[in-house]
Design a protein around this ligand. Sequence first.
Ligand code: NAD
Length: 482
Amino acid sequence: MAIEAYQIEKIVEEVMRKMVSGGSGDSFAGKAKGIFESVDEAVKAAKAAQKELVAMRIEKREMLLKAMREAAIAHAEELARLAVEETGMGRVTDKIIKNRVAAEKTPGTENLQPSAVTGDRGLTLIERAPYGVIGAITPSTNPCATVINNSISMVAAGNSVVFSVHPGAKKASLLTVEILNEAIEKAGGPANVLTAVASPSLENTNALMKHPDIKLLVATGGPGLVKAVLSSGKKAIGAGAGNPPALVDETADLERAAKSIVAGASFDNNLPCIAEKEVIVVDYVANQLISYMKQNGAYLANDREIKALMDLVLTKNENLKAEGCTVKPEKLYGGINKEYVGKDAAYIMKKIGVDIPEDTKLIICEVDEDHPFVLEELMMPILPIVRVPNVQKAIEVGVRVEHGNRHTAVMHSQNIDNLSAFARAVQTTIFVKNGPSYAGIGIGGEGYTTFTIAGPTGEGLTAASSFTRQRRCVLVDGFSIV
Ligand code: NAD
């Protein structure tokens, strides 16, 4: 088997890294930069680093950010491959895009705009100051992109960070921390601005949440995690689950809508929290939309296949096992089978004995509005489609199945009143009109990028200023020059 040039380069890089860190790659503690055995050690090192960081000029901080961005771009592919290999979820090409946009489009210190009030009694200045050491908990679904994005935002704001990474994405996440730390040091910054524990676990995350030197917690993950940080008694930013509906009304450009929905819902095999999780389409245009979706790489499952997929990717509701139980068949299912999260469409279909082309992007299926595929956040390339008689019903269903997450919603329509009506009703942090969901985080849409979208706690699309405290400095009777 011939080895490609880029593979040789990666092998050399990896060997060099191991020689420098003296480790096997499996045990990072004490060998890799910023990785510690215990939460206490990691916090202590990050606390010392923050003192040095905050004493540096903003100009210098920008140089550190530049170095972090360049390192993340240089390693975007390596990290994407490692994340897919380790977690068994997602697509390398899409993870490369995520790592790159996180590096390129996460705002820096320019996001920390001060404000001033002047008048008869002088000048008051409001500036944005760091919290100190932040505890950041990251997911398995976007492991490297979240570490890159959080690191740039948090360091831009003058904080150091202790990461508690997802145990299932430990290698990829810790390597990202190490690469960024190296870049900071090489650019003349302090050691250990970014730290993590070598063996991430629930126990260590809980220790981090309780640590007295952690001044802010930032949680990117599912509902259990967000609840845990919000119950910690500390200031917390919670970026939780979504279940984004994509509405299509009779005025939509159907070809464009179909293309956008397939692209958004299949991106990284539907792992992103912002990805379209169900389509609600007005009956009059449903057949045409489905036909265009098929032309754009979607496979339409039949009723028998839908049933087999339910048995495969959903878990049974153990409470309803009793014989003679008369509930709707959908209610017999409890949650999702994590084994299929982020897997390829062809892989999933093969498991139910159906061969489809390997490059099939998405499995689509027609179901009703109470179907578990609609109600559950599947995070796999299975997209349910619900027909409704009119746009009013589409909005009603869209609002209901978003579950009040206030996360993301998408609508395809040429009718401004319909677009406004859904946007007002659904109240999401991100609302994308006539494009794929990822346009909402700056991929093919205007605006900066984040991988921590804080709906529950209201910071929205987080950036450097989200990780700052406001401070007011008042000069009495002076410096107002008008
Ligand atoms: P997850 O909730 O399983 O894990 C996230 C992190 O939290 C991990 O580090 C995990 O170890 C830890 N954790 C989980 N439960 C915890 C608890 N009770 N106490 C302490 N720590 C806990 O999430 P995941 O499967 O990796 O990611 C997918 C979920 O995250 C989806 O629901 C997705 O929508 C959401 N997500 C949201 C955003 C956002 O910006 N809003 C971004 C990415 C992912």
